[in-house]
Design a binder for this molecule. Structure first.
Ligand code: MTE
Length: 318
């Protein structure tokens, strides 16, 4: 993700105290992440063998729900990340997330539902029920990757809580743990990271809750121990390290929308026809390849999800 620094961080405009502190923290964080590689040169030595350090998971590939392309390498998937809780550059999450403890973990499911509760991760997503799905993740910055996720359809989890007929949206909250997440010690974003989906989007069979990647449990930098994957939306909707899922009748405001509402909307559907105000969304670069490719409407899932947006002006509701 790109932070719109022209207005927010130049200091040329009159700056509120909150914005001033945020800017100072952003600059501090940038300086710190720039010096980090010298201190912790993990990325230089990252290899696909690193995968063997993570617990293996059993899952059968759901071929009907997978794209036929070859996945990116383990190293690409785990060292080129956006996870601002661990820093703002792409290599920061893999370097700075080693102190994060994703277990034990519980998730609160509450709001407009008949069976709210606090669930231990293992009870919520039993290891026996996992499946693998290969999706491409299209980032709003116009790059993409092919990732073999392991997890369960989000729908299975949501229906356990019995959402009420008044529930229209689902709001997700990431963990807030500044002692283990150095990025949260700066005010770059309004912590904790928040996201939302319309209930029918959340219940769509493509919407996935991942606990693993490449046959292993999720590494911290990829959103351990559980994160959302919504393959027809820009990557920032795929919120990581979720601690709360809330049913609501009001459209949630996501973290990026709050920071820059003119740039990041609630829907964030992949759409080559609707440019980001500062760059085109027509094409994308698959990490690891040289030539750009055409971006597909809804990231190639127009047949599956088009009906959800039949009466929606996609220019207005970007
Ligand atoms: N979730 C949290 N909590 N914090 C973040 O900074 N970044 C988002 C999303 N989820 C982010 C997050 C963005 S911008 C992207 S592109 C994807 O995570 C990247 O997921 P990946 O690192 O597994 O590819």
């Amino acid at each position: 993700m790109l932070i719109k620094n022209k207005e927010r961080y130049t200091g040329r405009e009159i700056t509120s105290e909150k914005d001033y502190m945020r800017r100072r923290d952003f600059l501090k964080l940038s300086a710190w992440t720039l010096t980090a590689p010298a201190l912790a040169p993990v990325r230089l030595f990252a290899s696909d063998e690193d995968k063997n350090k993570y617990t293996a998971l059993n899952a059968v590939r759901n071929k009907a729900m997978s794209i036929g392309e070859k996945p990116n390498s383990w190293t690409e998937i785990t060292t080129y990340n956006n996870f601002y809780e661990f820093g703002t550059d792409k290599s920061a999450p893999s370097r700075n997330s080693r102190a994060f403890k994703p277990r034990p973990w519980s998730v609160a499911i509450d709001g407009l539902c008949d069976k709210p509760g606090h669930y231990q991760l293992e009870d919520l997503i039993p290891a026996k029920k996992l499946e693998e799905r290969v999706y491409s993740l299209r980032c709003v910055e116009a790059w993409s990757m092919v990732i073999p996720w392991i997890g369960v359809p989000l729908k299975n989890i949501l229906l356990k809580a019995q959402p009420r007929s008044t529930a229209r949206f689902v709001e997700f909250t990431s963990v807030y743990r500044p002692s283990e997440m150095p990025g949260q010690r700066a005010h770059i974003l309004d912590w904790p990271y928040m996201e939302g989906l319309r209930l029918d989007e959340a219940l769509h069979p493509l919407t996935f809750l991942a606990v693993g990647v490449y046959g292993r449990v999720l590494p911290n930098q990829n959103g351990a121990p559980l994160r959302l994957v919504v393959p027809w939306k820009y990557g920032f909707k795929s919120i990581k390290s979720i601690v709360r899922i809330r049913f609501t009748d009001t459209m949630p405001v996501s973290t990026w929308q709050r920071l820059a509402p003119g740039e990041y909307g609630f829907y964030a559907n992949v759409n080559p026809e609707v440019d980001h105000p500062r760059w085109s969304q027509r094409r994308e670069r698959r990490i690891g390849t040289f030539f750009k490719r055409e971006t597909q409407l809804f990231n190639g899932y127009a047949d599956e999800v088009g009906a959800l947006y039949k009466n929606l002006d996609l220019e207005k509701w970007y």
